[in-house]
Design a protein around this ligand. Structure first.
Ligand code: ZN
Length: 192
């Protein structure tokens, strides 16, 4: 546990440190950082704003009110628990991308998703720490749907809300989203 903590701390520090875009996406020459989110090309003057990439993650419940988690099959955070979801692709709405990811990762069609909240985060991909904006949505799994994990997900498992291992999820945006969701859903009875 201690080692995991140390690794996470080191990992985050290194991620922040190595994350740099250095070149102009327009002409390929060296660019200079003017603001935390702005690079300006030294050659052509192009202003390159580093905006967050939107992602989706869906809190899926079955008819018993249990929540589905999957395990990540690939890096980053291989082996960590996760919610079904992924990056929003160009041309997709947030809702369309969520339904697509659910279909790809679980092989099921769900009728709809509902916006829950959004959380800024980071995603280390091929040496670049991508800034993301994690959208958390909710959805219901209709009875009779057969879940088959595929794509980058494995071991789909339902958890009772009381037993959800929130702290074992791969990304802070999802941990925060689930904490907020559970706060709304779980009624804490006052100590007597
Ligand atoms: Zn340029």
């Amino acid at each position: 546990m201690q080692e995991e903590k140390l690794y996470n701390t080191l990992c985050c520090t290194i991620e922040t440190w190595i994350m740099e875009y250095n070149f102009c996406p327009k002409c390929g020459n060296e660019a200079e950082r003017k603001l935390y989110n702005l690079l300006v090309c030294k050659n052509c003057g192009y202003d390159f704003y580093i905006n967050p990439s939107p992602t989706n993650a869906v809190i899926l419940e079955n008819s018993k009110g249990e929540i589905l988690l999957i395990k990540r099959k690939f890096e980053p955070k291989k082996g960590y628990l996760d919610l079904p979801g992924g990056f929003v692709e160009s041309g997709e709405s947030l809702e369309e991308s969520s339904l697509r990811e659910v279909k790809e990762e679980l092989g099921i069609n769900i009728p709809a998703v509902k916006y829950f909240g959004s959380y800024p985060d980071e995603y280390l991909f091929q040496g670049i720490n991508i800034k993301t904006l994690g959208f958390v949505l909710t959805g219901k799994i209709p009875d009779g749907e057969i879940i088959t994990a595929s794509d980058d997900a494995e071991e789909p498992t339902f958890y009772k809300k009381e037993d959800l291992p929130v702290e074992k999820l791969a990304f802070e945006s999802l941990r925060q989203g689930l904490r907020d969701y559970l706060k709304q859903k779980l009624t804490v009875s006052p100590a007597t």
